[in-house]
Design a protein around this ligand. Structure first.
Ligand code: AMP
Ligand code: MG
Length: 403
């Protein structure tokens, strides 16, 4: 039985280097950047107005106040997308809108609310307030300087990163290839959940593929759902053979315990695969198997739904991210405070389903048996309790979360 850290190290050491491909920005969500991306333009690209109002020379209105408004001659209008060719002269102002380029000669924009246009003198604007130099001007390059690195290699692209790339004019982006993952459930008791007919005696609805596919996708993998495989050597071997041929990784669930109906390990070996390790010192999730056949990988997850879910998060997710060259492969962490003590009398790490409330108080999410999905559904994280350890109430802990 391997320690979790050792098991993960073995897995990560065998994952091949990422391969790069170019995709359009529209297809880049949750992809990992394969290269640094530099800004090809300043952001903003030009000095522009932060408000709707009037561009002025601030020194022209230093004396302006509500009692003593200063009048400037209206020399033009710059709508968003327009560009003023000339230069603002002394005593002039120009009507300007949020985002419009600031004309040459102007060094401030006065908000419309601090001015008054007089209908009887359409060429004049009254200023009720002075302006500090550079007031209400957004400077070119103040957000991003041309040439600056806006995305680092290994960064996963989310909504904000994609927005930044779009603003920088990047239409296509170099990203790492995604692993295709066959998701295969074994067990003669399992029934497809998309079938309306009721369960026969002894049957249960298959749930692992449904729960694991979103986790695979969230980690950038392409999940390919394989039909349920009954517990027999031949069916397991042929399903595994096809999955290995079609996908980079095969994630199986069930059939890796010591029961006489557990066929996954032997089928994989018969197909020329080598088992790297079997069993990891964690609860839930001990009967986990990892194997390799050339550039193809087997992740044999235990069948119990929570064991499958937890081992997916702890051992498969990091492999999927490493495959894509992601810089960060560990689970997101939230800090919380234990509202109750947690004891682990066992000699393997426990990953307890916990729920953390808005004030950061961490409690058990319910019954912890590995077949019980309701406590997993009400949990928002896992608490790692080391072997032979009690974590006291009030202790500040890191809760492992998932997307
Ligand atoms: P196994 O690892 O095959 O011995 O399965 C352990 C337990 O998990 C058994 O109670 C199985 O019925 C259950 N189980 C296995 N695979 C699934 C699955 N895909 N969906 C729901 N339950 C499962
Ligand atoms: Mg089974």
């Amino acid at each position: 039985m391997l320690e979790l850290d050792q098991a993960l190290e073995n897995i990560l050491a065998s994952i091949p280097a990422p391969k790069a491909e170019t995709v359009s920005l529209a297809d880049s969500s949750r992809r990992v950047a394969a290269k640094d991306v530099a800004a090809s333009t300043d952001l903003p690209p030009f000095d522009n107005s932060a408000v709707d109002g009037y561009a002025v020379r601030s020194r022209d209105i230093t004396t302006a106040s509500a009692q003593n408004p200063v009048s400037l001659r209206l020399a033009g209008k710059i709508a968003a997308g327009d560009y003023f060719q000339g230069e603002l002269a002394a005593g002039q102002c120009i009507r300007i809108f949020t985002g419009s380029p600031v004309p040459r000669g102007a060094d401030a924009v006065v908000m419309q609310e601090d001015t008054k246009a007089d209908d009887s003198h359409p060429d004049e604007v009254l200023f009720h307030d002075s302006a500090k130099p550079w007031e209400n001007i957004r400077f070119h390059g103040e957000d991003v300087k041309r040439g600056a690195t806006v995305i680092r290699r290994g960064e996963m692209l989310g909504a904000a990163q994609i927005g930044l790339l779009a603003a920088c004019g990047v239409a296509r982006v170099n990203v790492s290839g995604r692993p295709s993952v066959a998701l295969l459930a074994t067990g003669s008791e399992l029934k497809e959940t998309d079938d309306a007919s009721s369960l026969a005696p002894g049957q249960i609805h298959e749930s692992n593929r449904a729960a694991l596919a979103p986790l695979i996708r969230a980690a950038g993998g392409i999940a390919k759902i394989v039909p349920i495989v009954p517990d027999n050597a031949e069916a397991t071997r042929s399903a595994l053979a096809r999955a290995l041929a079609e996908c980079d990784l095969v994630v199986t669930c069930g059939g890796v315990s010591v029961g006489e109906m557990d066929f996954v390990k032997s089928a994989f070996e018969e197909l020329g695969g080598n088992l790297d390790f079997w069993k990891v010192a964690i609860k839930p999730g001990r009967p986990f198997v990892f194997g390799r056949r050339g550039e193809k990988f087997l992740f044999g997850l235990p069948g119990n739904p929570v064991s499958a879910f937890v081992t997916m998060l702890l051992l498969v997710r990091p492999a999927l991210l490493r495959w894509q060259g992601a810089a960060s492969i560990s689970l997101p962490i939230s800090l919380g405070t234990l509202a109750e003590p947690f004891s682990n009398p066992d000699n393997r790490r426990h990953f307890i389903r916990v729920s953390m409330d808005a004030s950061g108080q961490v409690r058990s999410a319910g019954a912890q048996a590995s077949h019980m999905l309701s406590s997993l559904a009400s949990a928002n994280g896992l608490l790692d309790v080391p072997p032979k350890t009690t974590l006291a109430q009030g202790k500040i802990v890191q809760v492992l979360c998932w997307e």
